[in-house]
Design a protein around this ligand. Structure first.
Ligand SMILES: C[S@@+](CC[C@H](N)C(=O)[O-])C[C@H]1O[C@@H](n2cnc3c(N)ncnc32)[C@H](O)[C@@H]1O
Length: 253
């Protein structure tokens, strides 16, 4: 089954209400890190998207998000960008009920899949925003508000002409780093060597960040949690690509 067009066109609002205007609506549109495509969605994902997701959904808005109000408690908050089908997200959130996870994804099938897991595992510490994370970071998150950020296996955009679509690049990384509280972390992982090298270069040159390790992280671990092995990790190892983790911390001002 194809995802209904209304769900693809207005990812920020599952209810179908009009999207909020953003500062990007103008001549300075940037290149998206995802491609708009019709994805396959199973019946179970569609049901979860329609019936469960609204319980955990946070609507995109050009307004600062009150994290404590959104989660119903004040707790360290980790932002996850591009959770795909949400296996890693649900597993980490289950292991760390003391942390709030703000999870951003654009595609309905993945959101349905994560919503099912949240429901099955009775997770109270996940909230989901269906929108471009670049705009969520820019418009909704205050400086120094995050305990950590997870960007696991972002779309690698392997062709040279598509490298401009890669998420871990400036100016986005500078803005993202500013949202992390001093001492908080940014944990990225990829199974594409060229992207790993780009990540290392970009993160090492971002003045707000310092590497926790000399180069790549020796284990898929950050100061708060461990990244479990999931589909992309296993694929990288199977194809002999290798898997690279990078863990940087926000410097004190
Ligand atoms: C290759 S998948 C990885 C999924 C997951 N992190 C994992 O490790 O299994 C990358 C995901 O990032 C999402 N994505 C890409 N750019 C995004 C953006 N700007 N905002 C939100 N999600 C994005 C895509 O929709 C896709 O589901």
């Amino acid at each position: 089954m194809s995802i209904p067009a209304r769900l693809l066109r207005k990812p920020e609002d599952a209810s179908g209400a009009p999207a909020q205007p953003t500062a990007e609506h103008g001549p300075h549109r940037y290149i998206r890190s995802f491609a708009l495509r019709r994805g396959h969605v199973t019946n179970a994902q569609r049901r979860a998207y329609e019936q469960i997701f609204p319980r955990f959904a946070i609507r995109y808005a050009v307004a600062p998000l009150d994290l404590a109000a959104a989660f119903g408690r004040a707790a360290p908050t980790v932002l996850e960008i591009g959770f795909g089908m949400g296996e890693t997200t649900a597993s980490i959130a289950h292991a760390h009920p003391e942390i709030n996870f703000l999870c951003v994804e654009v595609f309905a099938a993945g959101i349905g899949a994560l919503a099912r897991r949240v429901d099955e595992l009775q997770l109270a510490n996940i909230r989901i925003v269906q929108h471009d994370a670049v705009e969520v970071v820019r418009d909704m998150l205050a400086s120094d508000s995050l305990a950590g950020v997870h960007v696991f296996f972002p779309d690698p955009w392997p062709k040279a002409r598509h490298h401009k679509r890669r998420l871990i690049a400036q100016p986005f990384v500078g803005r993202l780093a500013s949202r992390i509280a001093p001492g908080g972390y940014l944990h990225c992982a990829t199974d594409w060597q060229h992207y790993a090298e780009q990540m290392l270069d970009v993160l090492a040159h971002e003045p707000q960040l310092a590497s926790l390790h000399a180069g790549y992280a020796p284990a898929p671990r950050n100061p708060l949690c461990e990244r479990p092995t999931t589909k992309f990790h296993a694929r990288g190892e199977r194809l002999g690509h290798g898997v690279w983790d990078l863990v940087f911390v926000r410097r004190s001002a």
